[in-house]
Design a protein around this ligand. Structure first.
Ligand SMILES: Cc1ncc(COP(=O)(O)O)c(C=O)c1O
Length: 320
């Protein structure tokens, strides 16, 4: 996909940084001790929506043509992408519709509505909800935003790793959580564009390995996801991101839900940070990687922990 280049990441960053200040990176001695390496944490949990995905929404809104802005957007998501599109659309004065499967918990629906978007509850799962979004786009003339294959979204997400690797080029292994693979593809584009030797290692939930299997086999695979970590629970490999990962990724790790929960607890007790499951996947990967060399980096990609995730952190923290 020709649109996904390092120059395009730089352009995305100039648009994103007009709206979103650079997020902080910190190191924590107790976390270093837990991992056994120096660890650089980038805090995307402090974004206005609590997750790195807002970068994609901001870049997309800044890239739209006038007729697309006037038409309004429709997308499908229950989580951080939904809040990203709702937040960035509200800021840009563009109407947004988010399709969510029936049964999506009410606090996620309310979060999107509170940001001014229209929430449409339809479809039994994400695949059916995506089909509803496509029909709405046709019926109402809306601009469809495909969360995993939209270049402006992927480039916006890549800006996390531009900021991280520019400020910390000493990172030797960078662990990146994978759902659709936009963050991981972005990390590869940035690492290569900066000419760094950093190993980029993708991390996905063992219960939702569609991206992992697609990378291993070289074809887009579908696997029904089963993980509590909503941001990692994608059921298919995505063409645009897999095309970048195919050549550029150094390794791909699967971590169990228990490893994700343990990483959330370590982030809470050692890095003063509330992560959702997907947000702790970078740390889970670092803790699971037997080959881990030298300085480690990852982003806490999101802090939108559900009540169940918060309860798990408390339980594991007490047990520790
Ligand atoms: C907090 C968080 N981390 C990681 C991911 C995975 O990102 P990607 O879908 O770009 O691979 C997501 C996806 O929604 C997320 O919400």
């Amino acid at each position: 996909m020709t649109d996904l280049t390092f120059d395009a990441v730089l352009e995305a960053h100039s648009r994103v940084s007009e709206v979103l200040p650079e997020t902080p990176t910190w190191t924590y001695p107790v976390l270093d001790a837990a991992v056994g390496s120096r660890v650089v944490v980038k805090h995307e949990n402090v974004q206005p929506t609590g997750a790195f995905k807002v970068r994609g929404g901001v870049n997309l809104l800044a890239s739209l043509a006038a007729d697309e802005r006037a038409a309004g957007l429709v997308t499908v998501s229950t989580g951080n992408h939904a809040q990203s599109i709702a937040w960035a659309s509200a800021r840009a004065g563009v109407a947004a519709t988010i399709v969510m499967p029936v049964g999506t918990c009410t606090n996620k629906v309310r979060a999107v509505e509170a940001l001014g978007a229209r929430a449409v509850l339809s479809g039994a799962d994400m695949t059916e909800a995506a089909a509803v979004a496509v029909s709405l786009a046709e019926a109402e003339g809306l601009r469809m935003v495909d969360p995993g294959n939209e270049p402006a979204i992927i480039l916006g997400h890549a800006t996390v790793y531009l900021e991280l690797l520019r400020s910390h080029p000493e990172i030797e292994t960078l662990y990146v959580p994978v759902g659709s693979g936009s963050g991981a593809a972005g990390a590869v584009l940035v690492r290569d564009g900066l000419g760094l030797p950093t190993r980029v290692v993708a991390v996905q939930a063992a219960g939702a390995p569609a991206g992992y299997r697609s990378w291993k086999s070289g074809t887009l695979e579908a696997v029904a996801p089963s993980t509590f970590a909503a941001g990692l629970a994608t059921g298919v490999g995505f063409a645009a991101t897999q095309a970048v990962l195919a050549d550029g990724l150094d390794d791909f790790l699967l971590v169990s839900d228990d490893e994700l929960r343990a990483a959330m607890a370590v982030m809470a007790t050692s890095a003063h940070t509330l992560c959702e499951g997907a947000g702790a996947a970078g740390l889970a990967g670092a803790l699971a990687d037997a080959a881990r060399p030298g300085v480690v980096g990852f982003a806490c990609t999101g802090g939108n922990a559900s009540r169940e995730e918060v309860a798990e952190i408390a339980r594991l923290g007490l047990a520790a």
